[in-house]
Write a protein that binds this ligand. Sequence first.
Ligand code: SF4
Length: 266
Amino acid sequence: MNEFWDDLWKRERAFLSSGGGEYRHDASFVAVSTLAGQYYCEYKAENEYAFGEVPTEAKEAGTALHDELIPTKEITEAEFVELVGKKEPSYAVLNVWGSVGGLRMVGTPDHIVWSAGKPLWLVELKTTKGDPGSLWEDQESQVRVYGLLLDVMGLDCSKLGLALARVRADGLDAERRREWITEVSSALLKGATKEMEKRYGGSLKVHLFRHDRRAAVRAVTAKAGYWLREREPTSSTSVGKCRACEYADKCVKSLVRVSDRERRPV
Ligand code: SF4
């Protein structure tokens, strides 16, 4: 098993030192989260490169809750290998990477449950103020592509399940927040996420998917043409999306003005 991991770290270093900025915006790699964001609106990626990331209250609150629900500490490669190699389930994340559809991709999932060196569950947490039961294509694509990259890296994904956990902050008291990651991991292992959702009374929904290589490859190839300069970016046709977008007051494709919330003439 150690040979496998030694080889994987070596391949990772070679992968990360490859690439010469040949993608759009002179990028050498595409982040999984950015690719997933293209499902919301591709022009967001354009704006991110033009204006940088725009902090918002909602993003900051989401990040803080995220850190509280999934606390992490850095460990060495050797500690990681020992931890995930145990038969009893263990929790550890690693950066994922790989080439799919001509795109070199990188990312960091929120949480992975392991047993005997195999990933059993990959979990992505999304906080929301809305209905946790809603399932969005960008979020589903993100979790699917993380799973695909584990597969591309050469991990045994024969038992891999994918979980997209959507939670409302107002449904989580301090104790729940402390226990959340253990509770959701254990519910996934026992096949008891429905019972967990009931305990959370509508403030949690765990959307489950099996790892599906073909569906995940499709999710990448549908958006790769933008990075490969094969086509120009598309933009949202939804006023609601533009209204909720942090770039609405700067974006040349915006359908609203933040100042007056009026629709732009076309
Ligand atoms: S303002 Fe609208 S068109 Fe522009 S990036 Fe945001 S969602 Fe897309």
